[in-house]
Design a binder for this molecule. Sequence first.
Ligand code: ZN
Length: 246
Amino acid sequence: MHRIFSYLTSNLQFLPDLFFPNCCIACGDELIPGEKQVCLSCLLSIPETHYEVVPQDNPVMDLFIGKTWITGAIAIYEYQKGGALQALVHALKYNNQPELGVLLGRFMGTKLQQGNIPLSEIQVILPIPLHPIRQRRRGYNQAERLATGIQQVTGIPVKPKLLTRIRATKTQTAKGKEERWNNVRNIFKIQGNIPQPCLLVDDIITTGATLEACMECLNAAGIRDIWVISLGTARISRGMTEVPKN
Ligand SMILES: [Zn+2]
């Protein structure tokens, strides 16, 4: 018993995960009844972009205009380094938190309902696929979890199998523009008929290169009425050429 106690006290940093699962994923504070996974003050600390009000005229949409057929694109939250959203996205991707994805997806769905994307017309939600090997390692696709949350709020069906990834990509961070584009070309494949308009779901939009490659694949199959929604973006002003890595 003494040995177990000394082991635990020498590994104090792991104690919260072991004994206090009802803590906020972002700040570690204890959750109060009614809160799930994230505390209210962390949620309120994440700035909203309000791009859902202007889905065809915002800095995220600017990334794609003139490059691909697209109807509109938005991100819900501002992604700030060291902010609560960064902690949440990290937990979603690396700490086995699939339920957190569904929760954040529900917030996205609620924001969508308050915005100007014609939801009643949208036929299908398509999460941006992960490469199968990465998905197996992670246990789930975080974009698919977000999409499930959006489905729960809006009732629009999620069809994750219509769009697949046939090639993995290396990390985008250190690459130049052209190299980044070559890195993401021809990595997606369509399996079956995709009805229009469709809604693509991603977690964080940085350069937009992966989404652009995805839309190029859809465009080639005649799908042009495409809406894009992501949980967050660092792209909050127009004319930014580079954005911080996530
Ligand atoms: Zn918190």
